[in-house]
Design a protein around this ligand. Structure first.
Ligand code: ADP
Length: 428
């Protein structure tokens, strides 16, 4: 197109020149050509100057407009600059989104250049490695790190595995850091807070150790009795009877433990349960009857305040949780003591309460009572048939009912286990 137009313009000039030459003579024709050439040169010089001027500040808004051939040139420049601007905007948008995503990452990311100087880092890495985003840019990372293990890791240059960093202040924290080389010279230093993960692993390990220990003791006892009985003369029926009775008790203990473990596992799996309208008055009476059965007349068990109320929840789970609190009250209250149950509606919530005049609990134990296998007095718990899992089960069930357990206790005087249910669960 450009060439066609050029040929057309100059052919037209030639034709007109020939026409003038034919009419007025060759000198006039040549004069015309010279004038057109001079004007054409001037035109091109002016437009070249405008192009040169624009190139100093090549913005889309400044692209000059032109005439004739130059119109085509400037239009093409305009279209090219416009498409470049759009591509640049798209690229900048993508980069911005990448940066925002990297900033929002819970894991720390530090980009290091070939000499281990910080090129970029995200807020999480600053928090993990105590870096300052403004002051530390461009600094060599090994000069800034407070953790010797990480410094050594970076110096040794073996990045096939992560390094674990344990921090004790201001809070106990465990970090995992790993270097990932990229771009042949640069490196990414990634850091992750694995405190929670480690805690879960420790709890899991302790749990397995506790379960094994709890099962091993009764199994050893049963095994020991069986061994004795094998060598026992058949005539010794009385001893055999005693041994069988003791073995039965140990198997009962194992059975209780396995049942509690299954209950806990079911609760932890978080399976949804059917919610229903629970008749609290009837449940309270059932709890009292069961407590009397467990106490065998050794305690004075009564129901104090009993506001008429119904609750939305799972009856079996509520029975299991509140029953656990009542059975603990009976088990940890010496004979002659009293246990009072109550159900009270207040403005903000409804409260179940189980108060005893038992052995009580020292304040330092209170925060840990709902941990699995935590007991204040292991021997006493075992002698009264405890598995150490009761309150852990209670806590799970209450969580599922958005309820909260409140414990007040005084050693030697007694304890009160209250449960606060949200008002939204109460039916008037
Ligand atoms: P356990 O099977 O040992 O009773 P729980 O989880 O039910 O396990 O309770 C944990 C510990 O809390 C018990 O071992 C006991 O030391 C203490 N405890 C629970 N309830 C009472 C209570 N009413 N009075 C005194 N101590 C209690």
């Amino acid at each position: 197109m450009f060439w066609l137009r050029s040929i057309f313009y100059y052919s037209m000039t030639g034709l007109i020149a020939l026409f003038i030459a034919a009419l007025a003579g060759a000198a006039w024709g040549l004069g015309f050509v010279l004038i057109i050439m001079a004007l054409s040169c001037l035109f091109h010089i002016v437009n070249l100057h405008r192009l040169h001027h624009w190139l100093k500040n090549p913005l889309l808004d400044n692209v000059p407009g032109g005439l004739l051939l130059w119109q085509e040139v400037f239009d093409q420049i305009y279209a090219e600059v416009r498409s470049q601007k759009k591509a640049k905007e798209r690229l900048a948008g993508t980069l911005d989104r990448f940066l925002l995503a990297a900033e929002a990452l819970p894991d720390g990311v530090v980009i290091l250049d070939e000499t281990d100087r910080i090129e970029w880092c995200n807020p999480a890495s600053c928090e993990h490695l105590s870096l300052d985003r403004k002051l530390d840019m461009g600094q060599t990372i090994t000069h800034l790190l407070r953790y010797p293990s990480l410094r050594d890791y970076l110096k040794e240059q073996d990045f096939s595995h992560p390094v674990i960093i344990r921090i004790s202040r201001p809070t106990e924290q465990t970090l995992s850091a790993q270097v990932v080389p990229f771009d042949s010279t640069r490196k990414l230093l990634l850091s992750r807070d694995i405190t929670q993960l480690e805690r879960v692993q420790t709890v899991h390990r302790d749990f397995v150790a506790n379960v094994s220990h709890e099962l091993r003791t009764p199994l050893t006892v049963v095994g020991g009795f069986i061994e004795t009985m094998i060598d026992m003369p058949a005539s010794d029926a009385a001893t055999r009877e005693t041994h069988l009775q003791l073995m039965y008790e140990q198997t009962q203990r194992m059975q209780r433990l396995v049942e509690d473990l299954l209950t806990l596992s079911k609760l932890e799996n978080g399976a949804q349960v059917r919610e229903e309208d629970v008749d609290i008055v009837q449940l309270m009476q059932q709890l009292r009857t069961e407590a009397n059965g467990l106490s065998q007349g050794r305690h004075n068990i009564e129901i104090g305040k009993l506001d008429r109320a119904r609750l939305i929840g799972n009856r079996d789970e509520l029975h299991s949780a509140l029953g656990n609190l009542v059975s603990n009250a009976v088990r940890y209250t010496p004979p002659g003591g009293s246990i009072t149950l109550g159900w009270e509606k207040r403005a903000d919530a409804v409260y179940f309460c189980c108060r005893d005049t038992g052995i009580g609990i020292s304040p330092e134990h209170l925060p840990r009572l709902t941990e699995r296998f935590y007991r204040v007095d292991r021997g006493r718990s075992r002698n009264t048939g405890g598995t150490g899992l009761g309150l852990a089960i209670v806590k799970h069930i209450l969580n599922r009912h958005q309820a909260q357990m409140l414990i007040t206790s005084e050693p030697g005087k007694g304890s009160e286990f209250a449960v606060k249910f949200p008002a939204a669960r109460v039916i008037e």
